[in-house]
Structure formats: structure tokens, C-alpha cells
Write a protein of this length. Structure first.
Length: 250
């Protein structure tokens, strides 16, 4: 079975990451899931945005958490609140909400519940304690622990011999311990961490395995063969159009 294609931040960077326009394009791309990031504005709104800082003037940056929603809309084209996203796109395609900051857990769960989507949306984060809290607040929720944010020593190849020797002795145990604490049912891994044996190891323990962020067909094909459950990409239409993907039962 082919891996799910995940439109990373909407999957249309030319239209603005995490923007309404990008998500609309993601719907039309043939992807299976939309991925997006959530932070809180100064006045308490959950907004769909990745970067912690935005340009507020010529050469001036401000943190998302220090700027009210009305001003953020002037700074970021196509900005959506989480509620606006869920109302427009939440029932039209599977969604992965990436929680960026601790403290937003209750607000995210409340938003998902308002739209009846706690069972449909996959909540992910690198913050294990936040995921644990989301699961306690909404036992029915789907939880994905993100790992591999800093792996420069792995290089660009997802299957190098050096990386193999470094990963195999410790990574599986680390993931199991951290995943258990986070109450996760999935792992969201940097694609450089993916090995067929690791995917098999996690599958046999009933975890789903997703990876990010892949934009070249050769690596995409390797990950498909490794058996991952989903692949995040900035260019879902192009990845779907590759011959190897077309030959899969997508």
C-alpha cells in the first residue's frame, strides 16, 4: 500500500506556507493529508503559522506571541486561525496539526472539539509533555511524536553506512521510551532517520511512521520502499506524478 502524501504547510510554498491559498492548492494536489503549524497570538488566538517571528516593518521582526491577531493579518498574507482552518478544510481532508509551543494544549483540544474533529486530526509535536497533556485531555485524539529536528551529522543520504552504525544501537529504544511517555501512536521522523528495519521495528509495536520533508523523487521512492505510512512534501503534485508513485496503489 502506498504511503499517504502529506502536503507540508499546504504543499504550495509559492502561494505562502500555511496560507489559505496553499491549503486550497493542497486539496487539489491529490494529497491525502494537510500539515500545518499552530501558535498563539498576543490576544490568545491560535493562528496557523510556522515561524516564531514575522516581519512587522522594514527590517523589524516581532514574535507571533507578542502580536495581536489583527496586526498579524496585516503582516502575514492568507493567515488563518485554527478555527478558520478547521471550518474550511477540517472535514475535507485529513489534517496534521503541529503544536509548536507548550501551553496551547487545552486551546487546541477545545478547537478540535468545537468542530468535532478530535478523532480525525493528528496532533504532533516535538514536545512530548504537550502531547501527553493533549492525550489526557482528549483520549480519543491521535498523537504523533516528532523527532530528528537536529541531525546534521547524518548528511543528505537517508541510507548511509555511517549513519546506520550510529542509529541502530540506540534509536529504537529512545523512540519507544519517548513515544510511551508522550502517549503517541505515531512517530513523525526526519526522513534521514528512516531505515526499513526501523519502520518494521515500530510497525511491530503498533506505531505508524511518518516522515518529513521530502522533495526529490529518488528519496521519495526509497521511503516508499522502506514502508513508511506517510511522507510530507512541499510539492505533493510533483511527487504524485513520479512514475514510481503512479505505479503504487495510492
Amino acid at each position: 500500500m502506498a504511503a499517504l502524501i502529506i502536503a507540508h504547510r499546504g504543499g504550495a510554498p509559492n502561494l505562502g506556507e500555511n496560507s489559505r491559498e496553499a491549503f486550497s492548492a493542497g486539496l487539489d494536489s491529490g494529497a491525502d493529508m494537510l500539515e500545518m503549524d499552530v501558535q498563539r497570538s498576543a490576544d490568545g488566538h491560535l493562528v496557523v503559522i510556522h515561524d516564531n517571528e514575522v516581519a512587522v516593518g522594514d527590517g523589524v521582526l516581532g514574535t507571533v506571541g507578542s502580536i495581536p491577531l489583527s496586526e498579524l493579518r496585516h503582516c502575514v498574507s492568507g493567515l488563518l486561525t485554527l478555527d478558520e482552518y478547521l471550518e474550511t478544510f477540517g472535514t475535507r481532508m485529513q489534517t496534521n496539526v503541529d503544536l509548536k509551543q507548550a501551553g496551547d494544549e487545552m486551546a487546541i483540544v477545545r478547537s478540535l472539539r468545537r468542530h468535532g474533529l478530535t478523532e480525525r486530526v493528528l496532533v504532533s509535536s516535538r514536545i512530548a509533555s504537550s502531547l501527553r497533556q493533549v492525550k489526557f485531555l482528549a483520549p480519543e485524539s491521535r498523537i504523533g511524536l516528532s523527532r530528528g529536528q537536529v541531525v546534521p551529522w547524518l548528511g543528505r543520504e537517508p541510507h548511509s553506512t555511517i549513519a546506520e552504525h550510529l542509529l541502530r544501537p540506540t534509536l529504537p529504544v529512545q523512540l519507544l521510551v519517548q513515544g510511551s511517555y508522550a502517549l503517541a501512536d505515531s512517530f513523525m521522523l526526519n526522513y534521514r532517520l528512516i531505515r526499513p528495519w526501523l519502520v518494521d521495528f515500530l510497525h511491530r509495536r503498533n506505531y505508524r511512521v511518518f516522515c518529513w520533508t521530502v522533495n526529490d523523487p529518488e528519496t521519495f521512492w526509497y521511503l516508499q520502499q522502506a514502508g513508511v505510512d506517510g511522507i510530507a512534501t512541499d510539492y505533493p503534485a510533483q511527487m504524485i506524478a513520479t512514475p514510481d508513485q503512479q505505479n503504487c496503489a495510492h
